[in-house]
Ligand binder design. Structure first.
Ligand code: COA
Ligand code: AMP
Length: 238
């Protein structure tokens, strides 16, 4: 199988990224599909890499919680994550970092923070870049997409659920995510026990800040990062 990864930028700023895992005979159509995704760019790259694929039987189960205010949504998320063993103070500090740009240059990171679940210390080797989850797709992408759209979920959910499912499979204990898209305020938390919990609104409308936090056990950091970046997975079903 082949991992096909597209990313595009405009005036040096990342605008769009997407990936698929497909058979050799489907590469041409896959590249075509990915090339038609971004609207406006002055640079686009497509990487094609042969991968050994493993399977994940089931995606994390989805739940959705909607709140009036961001504060209520964050309180709910904090309560859920406390039960995963993450201290409130650690969450407050990290949420603040995501709200104000978690990269040391004050912008968004290009990947996720890796955080020691016990101490809250950030462990990612490069705090501007972070770690990206790559090489994950659905065995039957069209079938899963139709199913999720039918249930009222968005296309974003199709991709974010795949990423979260791989993360937890690789040993991330819990994840927090909200987008850097100023118009998209739904985020999620995920863990093996909680599943994939969509939370709305997880951030204020209009905010250009977002990111991902991956909580790990310190001793497992290197193994988890290798899994997230190097191992390829197809998810079979919802
Ligand atoms: N945000 C910001 N910049 C990004 C980026 C992102 N999400 N992805 C890539 N870039 C930029 C960075 O400058 C990166 O350099 P870096 O490695 O120093 O950070 C540069 O592009 C080169 O990235 P590249 O190595 O080509 O990307 P990749 O092989 O790690 O693939 C993508 C990453 C594009 C696949 C990933 O970011 C993405 O968008 N995934 C889509 C998520 C998704 O929907 N997946 C489907 C799951 S079913
Ligand atoms: P998005 O949901 O695409 O708006 O992404 C939100 C944030 O998640 C970005 O600002 C990045 O910090 C981070 N991110 C984007 N892609 C990935 C990825 N593949 N793996 C880990 N983190 C990512």
């Amino acid at each position: 199988m082949f991992s096909v990864r597209m990313r595009s930028s405009f005036h040096g700023k990342h605008v769009s990224g997407a990936e698929r895992i497909c058979k050799r005979e489907d590469i041409r159509n896959t590249v075509y599909e990915l090339l038609t995704r971004p609207d406006n760019y002055d640079y686009i790259s497509v990487k094609i890499e042969r991968v050994e694929v493993k399977e994940i039987e089931k995606a994390l189960p989805i739940k959705t919680y909607t709140f009036e205010k961001v504060e209520e949504a964050r309180e709910f998320a904090t309560g859920m994550l406390e039960r995963e063993g993450i201290k409130t103070l650690i969450l407050k500090k990290l949420f603040m970092a995501l709200d104000t740009g978690a990269s040391p240059d004050g912008g968004n990171m290009r990947g996720a923070m890796i955080v020691d679940i016990g101490s809250g210390e950030r462990l990612e080797p490069d705090k501007r870049r972070g770690i990206r989850t790559v090489k994950v797709d659905w065995s039957s992408r069209k079938f899963i997409t139709d199913l999720l759209l039918e249930k009222g979920y968005t296309l974003r959910t199709v991709d974010a659920l795949a990423i979260a499912t791989k993360n937890i499979h690789c040993g991330v204990v819990a994840e927090v995510c909200w987008s850097d898209d100023p118009d998209y305020t739904t985020g999620y938390i995920a863990s093996k026990r909680l599943g994939y919990i969509r939370i709305s609104p997880f951030k204020r409308k209009g905010s250009p800040y977002g990111g991902r936090i991956y909580f790990v056990n310190r001793g497992e950091k290197d193994r988890v990062i290798t899994c997230l970046e190097k191992e390829a997975f197809l998810i079979k079903s919802l």
